[in-house]
Write a protein that binds this ligand. Structure first.
Ligand SMILES: Nc1ncnc2c1ncn2[C@@H]1O[C@H](COP(=O)(O)OP(=O)(O)OP(=O)(O)O)[C@@H](O)[C@H]1O
Ligand SMILES: CC(C)(CO)[C@@H](O)C(=O)[O-]
Ligand code: BAL
Length: 287
């Protein structure tokens, strides 16, 4: 495994690989502080791609004022161990000035899909994500790129960007990995106190309750499912709901009754103290 910090070095390694090999280039973009969820994306890339490229970059553009850009957890040494064990070949770790040499005057902005959920509660967030992912795609020129469905709205935004801009990359959505007790793995879990960590289980529990509710019914309304989820989250005194919404998936649009909906997403963002966690369940109602 090789680590590079400059765009020029990364491009030259990938060019060299393409000159000598027929295999595809698989890409896993991350913000580091790697956990098993990231490792699962790397292993999937390893199984499908000839060259596995990982990027580790905490992208200032996708953090709003007052968010956790400065304190976002970082541990390069451990990240490189996890990356190597999971099968990465090339790790790109640029500085902020390497990615954004001033002045930058271009933004990639995906509309529609970004008006609700994290798009509404983190204004500008998806412009930052689409801009950096677009830059990374231009730099790496991957054949496949692997994204976790824990960030389901992010996957929808990237897929839309790839379609609208005719980018030659296949987006591979990957399932959410969880701790044994159900908590979705996330770099931000490290912020949680012991008590917050315990109470954070209401997220995955409420998603399980919702799945059970759906299994027992031929039809239901979004409101019914939303109330069920919200009342379970409310059993955790430290939980402050940012959003808990039930939407048609993948359109991420509101619906009344499930009768005309093939697939739904229950999307959650809940704060425990200063830590904002997201989770979701996607439920296919019919084929
Ligand atoms: N539990 C998980 N299972 C599978 N993929 C995941 C999981 N958590 C994150 N990912 C994916 O890893 C990629 C990089 O995400 P990122 O570095 O932001 O990690 P994160 O754990 O989601 O961090 P954060 O705590 O900031 O939300 C994204 O495609 C994301 O969806
Ligand atoms: C895709 C991404 C690496 C872009 O900064 C980030 O949003 C993330 O880690 O999900
Ligand atoms: N995985 C989402 C990155 C962020 O929260 O900014």
């Amino acid at each position: 495994m090789e680590v590079v910090h400059s765009i020029a070095d990364l491009r030259s390694r990938i060019r060299e690989y393409r000159r000598k090999n027929d295999g595809s280039v698989g890409f896993v973009p991350t913000m580091g502080y790697l956990h098993e969820g990231h490792a699962s994306l790397l292993r999937k890339a390893r199984s499908q791609s000839g060259l596995v490229v990982l990027s580790i970059f905490v992208n200032p553009l996708q953090f709003g004022p007052g968010e956790d850009f400065e304190r976002y957890p970082r541990n390069t040494e451990r990240d490189l161990e996890v990356a190597e064990a999971a099968g990465a070949d090339l790790v790109f770790m640029p500085s902020v000035s390497e990615m954004y040499p001033a002045p930058t005057r271009t933004t990639v902005s995906v509309t529609g899909l970004t008006s609700n959920l994290c798009g509404a509660s983190r204004p500008g967030h998806f412009d930052g994500v689409a801009t950096v992912v677009s830059k990374l795609f231009h730099i790496v020129q991957p054949d496949q790129a692997f994204f976790g469905l824990k960030d389901a709205q992010q996957v929808a935004v990237i897929e839309q960007m790839v379609q609208d801009l005719n980018l030659a990359v296949e987006i591979v959505p990957c399932p959410t990995l969880r701790e044994k007790d159900g908590l979705a793995m996330s770099s931000r879990n490290v912020y949680l106190t012991e008590e917050e960590r315990k109470q954070a289980l209401v997220l995955s529990q409420s998603l399980e309750l919702a799945k059970e509710f759906v299994r027992g019914r031929s039809s239901f309304t979004a409101g019914e499912l939303e109330s069920l989820v919200r009342s379970h989250i409310a059993t955790a005194p430290l939980a402050v709901i940012d959003y808990a919404e039930v939407l048609a998936y993948p359109a991420l649009e509101t619906f009344e009754s499930s009768t005309h909906t093939d697939s739904v997403i229950i999307a959650l963002a809940v704060k425990f103290g200063k830590t904002r966690l997201i989770d979701n369940a996607i439920i296919q109602l019919r084929k």
